[in-house]
Design a binder for this molecule. Structure first.
Ligand SMILES: [Cu+2]
Length: 188
């Protein structure tokens, strides 16, 4: 009898635990964080980028017509550099390759984001560095989501050695000078 009541007690306790965890799931939608309105990516130079002293941040802010992408990067060789969101938010490899290929959740061909033609979601075109090595970028992208299935949050950003010439399959932009991970930032 005693054993039986203990077993009963254990079952009852289990049920309470189960109910509690179900409760957590049931509360999911309420507990879920609101969709991010701002994200930030802080550049980490690759081995070759570190030699040049590359530094900078990229912010993504939700605006009425899409996502505003603003970047200021210093220490770049003068000229155009391919600028993409890559599949992985992984800056761990010295050559930047842990960031994987272009973020392309819709399975499109590579393209120029300033055109209406198809593009990888991660195709941000080029950033252009002046003689002082400073590149600034400020564009509103109508297609970059910060929430939902194709959210850019947690993916990577890559600054390439060469220009993205929009050739197939990935724009011939060469090696990687810096990588960043897109994280949720405090909204404005
Ligand atoms: Cu790239």
């Amino acid at each position: 009898m005693r054993i039986r009541s203990l077993a009963y007690a254990a079952t009852a306790a289990g049920a309470v635990v189960a109910a509690a965890s179900m409760g957590v799931f049931a509360q999911g939608p309420d507990m879920k964080m609101a969709a991010p309105t701002k994200a930030i990516a802080v550049l980490i130079p690759t081995k070759s980028g570190a030699l040049k002293g590359i530094d900078g941040t990229i912010t993504f802010t939700k605006v009425e017509k899409g996502t505003r992408v603003v970047a200021k990067i210093t220490g770049l060789p003068e000229g155009k550099h391919g600028f993409h969101i890559h599949e992985f938010g992984d800056a761990s490899s010295p050559d930047g390759k842990a960031a994987g290929g272009h973020f392309n959740p819709k399975g499109m061909v590579h393209g120029d984001p300033s055109k209406t033609a198809p593009r990888h979601l991660g195709d941000l075109g080029n950033i252009v560095a002046n003689k002082e090595g400073v590149a600034e970028y400020d564009m509103i992208d109508p297609d970059l989501p910060m929430s939902g299935a194709n959210s850019i949050i947690g993916h990577g950003v890559v600054i390439h050695e060469k220009a993205d010439d929009f050739g197939q399959p990935v724009g011939n932009a060469g090696g990687r000078l810096a990588v960043a991970v897109i994280g949720i930032a405090k909204g404005e």
